[in-house]
Design a protein around this ligand. Structure first.
Ligand SMILES: Cc1cc2nc3c(=O)[nH]c(=O)nc-3n(C[C@H](O)[C@H](O)[C@H](O)COP(=O)(O)OP(=O)(O)OC[C@H]3O[C@@H](n4cnc5c(N)ncnc54)[C@H](O)[C@@H]3O)c2cc1C
Length: 502
């Protein structure tokens, strides 16, 4: 055997020994993990499972997976539809998920590998797309005022933030019409205190007396009304669809990985956390399993997981083991879908360009929808008449029995309106205090919430995105202090109730 051959043989031997060694190591490490995964996913799983990165694969598998597709003339697995590993998984790609990805990818010098997993790229059921797109600074809690003001300011510089390769993003069509909240005599004092707080936070809200309302809006019936508060700057409505897509386009240019797939399982492992003199077992999330439309199920491991799944946030939290009963982990995430209807009406003689987004004392609201006498309107049902949430069918009786009469009472011109269309969407409803839940779960500390906005998430999404980026990057809030909105408030029984819920 010549020198060259001898070298080749010994190299070959070394390679096979190395492979064997790695395989043994990997098999050992993967024993626990893979069998656990199999159990978790259940016997009913018929999908081929592509495991996540890390120890779970041996060298032969890696080689086979990378080489086999080349022979089958498919793309290599380096282009898997769901990556095996990433730094941060954003669960849900609606407005909140897109905003979190935007701030993480644009502010932290591309420090993190960010993956957004969204099950429906057409967003047919996402609240962001089914909302009214309203933005107001009129809330009863300072943080809520500040979050909406942050969004108004962002939208003012929308093109600077979201242009891609010097191309302007599509218009978000911000209508600066303001919100008008009406109040009966016994609510005037409360309205006054809210206006004072809003103004202290920089909002341009003004209180209008009954006579001022009559002068400004002659089309209003002011029976039972004593005052109103009007936002004179930065309030109105915009097109959330355009905002989601502009953020997504920007995110993709910032190397955010967008993947279409349904998160069906969240894997956890037990770790020992040092607490005072001893260690305590805690559960940590290691990865998600995602069903892809190609029929396969992919495992994706990460260090951090952000729950941006809107109305389905409670479901995702349960999947992650939130509220399973151990000490410190007794409470579920109190977020559930609640169905809300939006009706489109046509009324050629209705209030014209000066019409604000009006919220009546009955809870009924309306706003203009373009020009030409079109409006959208709706209301939230009472707690004991919440509709079934199994589908997005519309209750037209709710319009004829409740919304229309209340609307026509407040604006008599609406007596002559025609119902043209309607749709339903889900509020991401926080059943405890109808307010945002943001920040890490106290028990699963690598699971971060961005949920429960209960009907005002479109206007808060950008501030939430900014807040989560700050938490991850600086370990504290820098722009708006959202500490009060963390999950711990449910454990400590200190809810923060927002009274201006529509
Ligand atoms: C009728 C109506 C009117 C509204 N009006 C307003 C308004 O005027 N102003 C305002 O500020 N807010 C309004 N809202 C509330 C607002 O729409 C929501 O608070 C906000 O859109 C929530 O955004 P999100 O990104 O968290 O949720 P979504 O937009 O619902 O996005 C969540 C995403 O998560 C995805 N997802 C869920 N589960 C999984 C899974 N297992 N795997 C993968 N992906 C998953 C979903 O497909 C979805 O796309 C309204 C809501 C409704 C229903």
């Amino acid at each position: 055997m010549n020198h060259c051959m001898r070298r080749r043989v010994s190299l070959k031997r070394l390679h096979s020994q190395l492979t064997l060694f790695t395989r043994r190591l990997c098999d050992k490490a993967s024993e626990n993990q893979t069998s656990k995964q199999k159990n978790e996913i259940g016997e009913q799983q018929e999908r081929e499972y592509i495991p996540p990165g890390g120890e779970a694969r041996n060298v032969t598998d890696i080689l086979l997976e990378d080489i086999k597709p080349i022979f089958q003339r498919q793309s290599s697995t380096t282009e898997l539809p769901i990556p095996r590993h990433t730094d941060i998984v954003i669960m849900g790609g609606g407005l909140v998920g897109a905003a979190v990805a935007y701030f993480l990818s644009s502010q932290s010098s591309k420090l993190y590998n960010v993956t957004v997993i969204e099950r429906d790229y057409s967003y047919t059921r996402a609240s962001s797309m089914l909302s009214c797109g309203g933005i107001r600074h009129q809330f009863s809690i300072p943080e809520n005022v500040q979050m909406s003001m942050f969004t108004s300011d962002f939208l003012k510089h929308y093109k600077e933030h979201l242009s891609v390769y010097d191309q302007d993003p599509p218009e978000v069509c911000f209508h600066h019409q303001g919100y008008l909240f009406l109040a009966p005599g016994d609510r005037v004092e409360f309205l006054e205190s809210c206006v004072k707080m809003q103004r202290e936070n920089g909002a341009k809200t003004v209180l209008l007396s009954k006579s001022q309302l009559a002068e400004k809006y002659p089309w209003l019936n002011l029976d039972g009304i004593e005052a109103g508060s009007l936002g004179t700057s930065g309030e109105g409505w915009f097109d959330p669809w355009q905002l989601v897509h502009s953020l997504k386009a920007k995110n993709i240019t910032n190397n955010v990985n967008y993947c279409e797939g349904n998160i069906v399982n969240i894997r956890q492992e037990v770790i020992q956390v040092p607490l005072e003199d001893e260690t305590t077992p805690r559960t940590r999330i290691v990865g998600v399993d995602v069903d892809h439309k190609n029929g396969k199920r992919y495992g994706c491991n990460a260090s951090l997981f952000v729950n941006c799944s809107g109305p389905w946030a409670g479901e995702i939290a349960t999947m992650a083991g939130v509220g399973t009963g151990e000490v410190g982990n007794e409470l579920p995430l109190p977020v559930e879908p609640r169905k809300r209807y939006v009706y489109t009406i046509h009324c050629p003689d209705g209030p014209m360009l000066d019409a604000p987004f009006l919220v009546d004392t009955s809870g009924v609201y309306f706003r203009r929808e373009g020009l030409g006498g079109h409006y959208i309107c709706g209301a939230s049902p009472t707690e004991d008449s919440e509709p079934d949430v199994n589908d997005l069918s519309v209750d037209y009786g709710f319009f004829t029995d409740f919304v229309w009469p209340a609307l026509a009472h407040r604006v008599p011109a609406f007596n002559n309106s025609k119902l043209k269309a309607a749709w339903a969407g889900y509020y991401d409803y926080n059943t405890v205090d109808q307010n945002l839940i943001i920040g890490p779960h106290p028990y699963h500390t690598n699971l971060i919430f961005a949920n429960g906005m209960s009907g005002h998430g479109v206007q808060q999404a950008l501030a939430i995105g900014r807040g989560i980026y700050e938490l991850i990057y600086y370990d504290e809030y820098k722009t708006i202090d959202l500490t009060r909105f963390q999950f711990e408030r449910f454990i400590n029984e200190t809810p923060i109730r927002e009274y201006a819920i529509v």
